[in-house]
Design a binder for this molecule. Structure first.
Ligand SMILES: Cc1cc2nc3c(=O)[nH]c(=O)nc-3n(C[C@H](O)[C@H](O)[C@H](O)COP(=O)(O)O)c2cc1C
Length: 195
């Protein structure tokens, strides 16, 4: 065994979504974020395209993100579908976090690798971030409000039209007991083929 498997199992299985409403005021350090993002970069990537891009919002940047989310929600959402509670949540959440990372997929101009595979690579990077947060005792929340797929979001992050923001990843120390969860038994989703 090259690593302590019981610790690896424990880390993977205790990774949990912890929402910004459940964060405390304790701040995450930039060095921790650098380590979390460095681990993200070690995700697998077909053709080594390394398609992930990170925009890290901290301190006053969190208000910038909050304002953007509020304004663009009202701009993009048809009046009859606008929901005050949703809007308030969008605006409030960045202000409750210690940091928010917008994680995006940068499409290669040559398009050699299928888009779905570039998206999969970025999803793996987000999982690495979340596992690293878990190791620090930090809560993480992968949020995907519809507006992250809009051209407004791409403009905000200075991305090209072919690129995609795949999530807002909220980070903060939890103010709650670490949540528990369960998964279906393996028999439910696994078929063994021996012949
Ligand atoms: C691609 C993706 C998008 C997600 N988007 C949201 C979201 O917009 N809002 C939300 O509450 N949870 C979101 N989640 C988190 C899931 O709700 C969460 O992973 C699920 O409830 C299982 O909980 P766990 O992460 O603690 O295992 C997302 C997860 C993934 C993989």
């Amino acid at each position: 065994m090259r690593f302590n498997l019981s610790e690896v199992n424990e880390l993977i299985r205790s990774r949990r979504t912890i929402y910004p409403e459940q964060f405390s005021d304790r701040k995450v350090h930039k060095e921790q974020l650098e380590n979390i993002l460095t681990n993200a970069q070690w995700a697998p990537t077909h053709g080594n395209t390394q398609p992930w891009r990170f925009h890290v919002f901290m301190e006053d940047g969190l208000s910038t993100l909050s304002s953007f989310l509020g304004t663009s929600y009202l701009k993009i959402t048809p009046k009859e579908l606008q929901n005050d509670m949703k809007l308030a949540k969008l605006i409030r959440r960045p202000l409750l976090a210690s940091a928010v990372v917008a994680v995006s997929m940068k499409r290669q101009i040559e398009n050699k690798i299928l888009e779905i595979e570039e998206i999969e690579a970025v999803a793996c990077a987000i999982q690495n971030m979340h596992l690293s947060c878990t190791a620090y005792g930090l809560g993480g929340f992968w949020s995907t409000p519809k507006l992250i797929y809009s051209s407004e979001m791409n403009d905000f992050l200075e991305l090209e039209e072919i690129d995609k923001c795949l999530g807002l990843f909220y980070i903060g120390y939890p103010s709650i007991d670490w949540p528990t969860a369960h998964r279906k038994p393996l028999e439910f989703n696994t078929k063994w083929i021996n012949k």
